[in-house]
Design a protein around this ligand. Structure first.
Ligand code: PGA
Length: 246
């Protein structure tokens, strides 16, 4: 059975004391919420401090080489060493602002799997693609180019995050029908490429202006297994309410 997941993507926010304070509050509340995996993606420099308060953490980014002359970069082994168990790959901000392309994302997926770190593979269409009505083709291609090369035993441990770019940080959420259609399609593509069992074991979470008022409706959709939460994960109260929305 697939996991229900609520993950906080803190992006480039918070100072150390704030991150620890928020992490502690979330940890305390999360222990009361049954059947939901709560995960945080803080800035990498805070991973160790958050892992020490025993909250599951993942990294927002890494460089897919073991070590060497890559000034300013962080390897997956270093992140693992600081307690990371998951990593975001393909977030639209990495694609758009930092120019990360399909081939590079494929290398990142391979690197995460080689180190037994769970990839949270992000996909999603920009507004013009949604307006042109070609979002299914677009997202399928993102998955085929960077994720669907992996072996079946690795696919069932992956998490897919569908995040329509037009919904990220805009306050404009996908409707339940839009989210469900994409999530159902993603699950069907996993079935076609792998097996029905693998597709059923794979968590597909939604991201893009998910908040206290829309989480419950989104999470009640049959193929939406949780959320990747940006803005609303920066306050304990809203994030906890979202995690309680199942
Ligand atoms: P948002 O961000 O919830 O602020 O829209 C989601 C994300 O980028 O993961």
């Amino acid at each position: 059975m697939r996991n229900k997941i609520v993950a906080g993507n803190w992006k480039m926010n918070l100072l150390l004391a704030e991150a620890i304070d928020l992490g502690r509050k979330i940890k305390e509340a999360a222990s009361e919420i049954e059947g939901v995996q709560v995960l945080l993606f803080p800035s990498s420099i805070y991973l160790k401090s958050l892992a020490e308060i025993a909250i599951p953490v993942g990294a927002q980014n890494f460089y897919p080489a073991e070590n060497g002359a890559f000034t300013g970069e962080i390897s997956i082994s270093q992140l693992k060493d600081c307690g990371a168990t998951h990593v975001l790959i393909g977030h639209s901000e990495r694609r758009a602002i930092f120019g990360e392309q399909a081939d590079f994302l494929k290398q990142k997926v391979d690197s995460a799997i080689a180190h037994k770190i769970t990839p949270v593979f992000c996909c999603g269409e920009p507004l013009e693609i949604r307006e042109a009505g070609t979002e299914l083709v677009y997202v399928k291609r993102q998955l085929e180019e960077s994720l669907f090369h992996i072996l079946p035993e690795n696919m069932q441990n992956c998490i897919v995050a569908y995040e329509p770019v037009w919904a990220i940080g805009t306050g404009k959420t996908a409707t339940v029908a839009q989210a469900e259609e994409m999530h159902r399609s993603i699950r069907n593509w996993i079935t076609e490429k792998y097996t029905e069992t693998i597709a059923q074991n794979c968590s597909i979470i939604y991201g893009g202006s998910c908040n206290v008022s829309n989480a419950q409706e989104l999470f009640s959709s049959p193929n939406v297994d949780g959320g990747l939460i940006g803005g609303a994960s920066l306050q304990a109260e809203s994030f906890i309410k979202i995690a309680q929305s199942f």
